[in-house]
Design a protein around this ligand. Structure first.
Ligand code: KIV
Ligand code: ZN
Length: 512
C-alpha cells in the first residue's frame, strides 16, 4: 500500500535565523535555500518580510532563486504584514503565506490584550487577506501547546472555512510531552468537523529536549507536515532537527505510516553549510550530523561492526552524506579535478568566481597539508559559501611567540581600509596575545562572546576551524577561519567578525 507523504517544511532561514548570532545575509540565505532545494525540501520558509527591508529582500531573492520547492513567507495576522509577505513572494513559482496569532490564555491576555473572539476574528481576516495572494495559506495558533482545546477547535474550523489549507500546531515554548502532543493532534483532527480539508502540521521547540519526539508523536497521530531546521537551529533551544525527523521516519519505515521525499545524501552538506554560515558548531555527538555520529570507539563495537555492520549501525553514514574520509586530491590536482570532486560531493558554488577562489584556497591548503580529504574540501566550500562582508580589515602577516616561562606575545600586520598597520601585544596565551594585538590597531570595543575550535579531519596537520562571536551595541556577529595553524585560523576568524561588524550586514533582531 502506498504510504502518505510526510511534507518537510524547513524553517532554518526564519526560525533558525532567530537564534541570537545566527542572522544571515541575503546571499547566504540564497545559498542555504539552494542546498535545501537540492535536498528536495518541500517548503522553505525564507523569512518574515515585514520584519525589515532586509528580510523582505531576502525572501524575494530566495523566491526568485528556488524553483523546485515552495517558498513560504511568515506574517503576523496583520494586514500590512500579509501584504509585505505577498509582495515578497511575487517571484516565486510556488509561494505560501504563513500567518499566525497567539491562542493561549497567557498570550492573548498579556501580549495581545485581545479576547478570544477578537483573536478568532483577526485570524479569519488574516487568512482571507492572504488568500488574495495565493491559494496556499498556512495558519498557526501560536502557543497551541498551552491553548484551550475547545478554543483551538473553534478557531481552526473557522480558518479552514476562510481558506487555510495547512494548520500548523506550534509548541512554541517547548512545553508539551510527546504523548500529550500526539493526543492534541488526534483530538483536533477528530473534533474539527472540516479537518479533512487541511493538512495538519507541527512546529516544536526544544526547550525540554523533546522537539523531535513531540513532532514524531504528532506524525503517529495524523500530522503530515513537520516544521524543522537544519542542525535543530532556532529560537532559544532550537526547533526539531530536520535530519533527525527525516532519518527517524526513513530508518523506521516499519513503524511510520508515511515517508518523506528528502534526498538524505545532501544532509551533511546542508549541516556544514548552515554551521559555516551561522558559526554555530555542531556538537560531536549530535545525531546524524555530529562527527562522532557514526564513530565506534569501544573494541566490542568495532569488532561487531567489522563482522557485520548492522550489529551496531542502524543507518549507513554514506546515506546521509558522510564521505568515506578518503584521500581525494593532492598538491598536483588541477582545477578540473577539484571541480569534479565538488560536483561528486553535490556542492555547487554558484559562480566561476567562487570556484576560482575556492580553488586558490585548496592550493594553499595542499601546500601545507599533504593529504586532502573530502571533509577539507567541504570545509573550503562552506567557507566560500559564507559570503564575507567587504574586507575593510585584511590580514597581511603575523608572528606569535610562546615559550614556557615567558609571557606569550604577538605582532599582527593588517590592512585597515588599504593602509598597513601593525599591532603588538602580550596575552595569556598566543591567541589572546594575537587578539589583543589586533585590538591595539582597531579598538573595536567589541566583547568576545565565543571562541571555539574544531578540527576538520583527524591528525596533527588537520585544519583547525575557528569560530569567533563578537558583541557590540546590541549586535552579535560571527566570524570563521580555517587554517592548519590554529592561531592563524583564530586571527582570520576574528578579522572576519570585525569585517561583519564594520559592514552592518547583520540585523539587530530578526523577530519583531
Ligand atoms: O514557535 C512558534 O510558534 C512560531 C510560529 C510563528 C509558528 O515560530
Ligand atoms: Zn517557532
Amino acid at each position: 500500500m502506498k504510504k502518505d507523504k510526510l511534507i518537510i517544511f524547513d524553517t532554518t532561514l526564519r526560525d533558525g535565523e532567530q537564534s541570537p548570532g545566527a542572522s544571515m545575509t541575503k546571499e547566504e540565505k540564497v545559498r542555504i535555500a539552494r542546498q535545501l532545494e537540492r535536498m528536495r525540501v518541500d517548503i522553505i520558509e525564507a523569512g518574515f518580510p515585514a520584519a525589515s527591508p532586509g528580510d523582505f529582500d531576502a525572501v524575494r531573492a530566495v523566491a526568485g532563486a528556488v524553483k523546485q520547492s515552495t517558498i513560504c513567507a511568515l506574517s503576523r495576522a496583520i494586514e500590512n504584514d500579509i501584504r509585505r509577505a505577498g509582495d515578497a513572494l511575487q517571484p516565486a513559482q510556488s509561494g505560501r503565506i504563513h500567518t499566525f496569532i497567539a491562542t493561549s490564555p497567557i498570550h492573548m491576555e498579556k501580549k495581545l490584550r485581545m479576547s478570544p473572539d477578537q483573536v478568532l476574528e483577526q485570524a479569519v481576516k488574516a487568512v482571507k487577506w492572504a488568500r488574495e495572494y495565493t491559494d496556499d495559506v498556512e495558519f498557526s495558533p501560536e502557543d497551541a501547546g498551552r491553548s484551550d482545546l475547545d478554543f483551538l477547535c473553534r478557531i481552526l474550523e473557522a480558518v479552514i472555512l476562510a481558506g487555510a489549507k495547512t494548520l500548523n500546531i506550534p509548541d512554541t515554548v517547548g512545553y508539551s510531552m510527546p504523548e500529550q502532543f500526539g493526543a492534541l493532534i488526534r483530538n483536533l483532527k477528530s473534533r474539527i468537523p472540516n479537518s479533512d480539508r487541511a493538512v495538519f502540521s507541527v512546529h516544536c521547540h526544544n526547550d525540554l529536549g523533546l522537539a523531535v519526539a513531540n513532532s514524531l508523536s504528532a506524525v503517529m497521530n495524523g500530522a503530515r507536515q513537520v516544521e524543522c531546521t537544519i542542525n535543530g537551529l532556532g529560537e532559544r533551544a532550537g526547533n526539531a532537527a530536520l535530519e533527525e525527523i527525516v532519518m527517524a521516519v526513513r530508518t523506521r519505515q516499519d513503524y511510520f505510516p508515511c515517508e518523506s521525499g528528502i534526498d538524505a545524501t545532501q544532509i551533511v552538506q546542508a549541516s556544514r553549510l548552515v554551521s559555516g554560515i551561522t558559526g554555530f558548531a555542531v556538537q560531536p555527538n549530535k545525531a546524524i550530523v555530529g562527527v562522532n555520529a557514526f564513530a565506534h570507539e569501544s573494541g566490542i563495537h568495532q569488532d561487531g561492526v567489522l563482522k557485520s555492520r548492522e550489529t551496531y549501525e542502524i543507518m549507513r553514514a554514506e546515506d546521509v552524506g558522510w564521505s568515506a574520509n578518503k584521500l581525494v586530491l593532492g598538491k598536483h590536482s588541477g582545477r578540473n579535478a577539484f571541480r569534479t570532486r565538488l560536483t561528486e560531493l553535490g556542492i555547487d558554488l554558484g559562480s566561476e568566481e567562487a570556484l576560482n577562489s575556492a580553488f586558490a584556497r585548496f592550493k594553499d591548503l595542499a601546500d601545507k597539508k599533504h593529504e586532502i580529504f573530502d571533509e577539507d574540501i567541504q570545509a573550503i566550500a562552506s567557507d566560500e559559501a559564507v559570503i564575507s562582508a567587504p574586507e575593510h580589515y585584511k590580514l597581511l602577516s603575523m608572528k606569535v611567540c610562546s615559550e614556557t616561562g615567558e609571557v606569550p606575545s604577538a605582532t599582527v600586520r593588517i590592512l585597515v581600509g588599504g593602509a598597513e598597520r601593525e599591532g603588538v601585544a602580550e596575552g595569556g596565551g598566543p591567541v589572546d596575545a594575537a587578539f589583543k594585538a589586533m585590538e591595539a590597531i582597531v579598538s573595536s570595543g567589541a566583547e568576545l562572546q565565543l571562541f571555539s575550535v574544531n578540527n576538520i579531519t583527524s591528525g596533527t596537520d588537520a585544519q583547525g576551524e575557528v569560530t569567533v562571536r563578537l558583541f557590540r551595541d546590541g549586535r552579535i556577529v560571527n566570524g570563521q577561519g580555517a587554517d592548519t595553524d590554529i592561531v592563524v585560523a583564530s586571527v582570520k576568524a576574528y578579522i572576519a567578525a570585525l569585517n561583519r561588524l564594520k559592514s552592518g550586514l547583520d540585523r539587530l533582531n530578526p523577530q519583531l
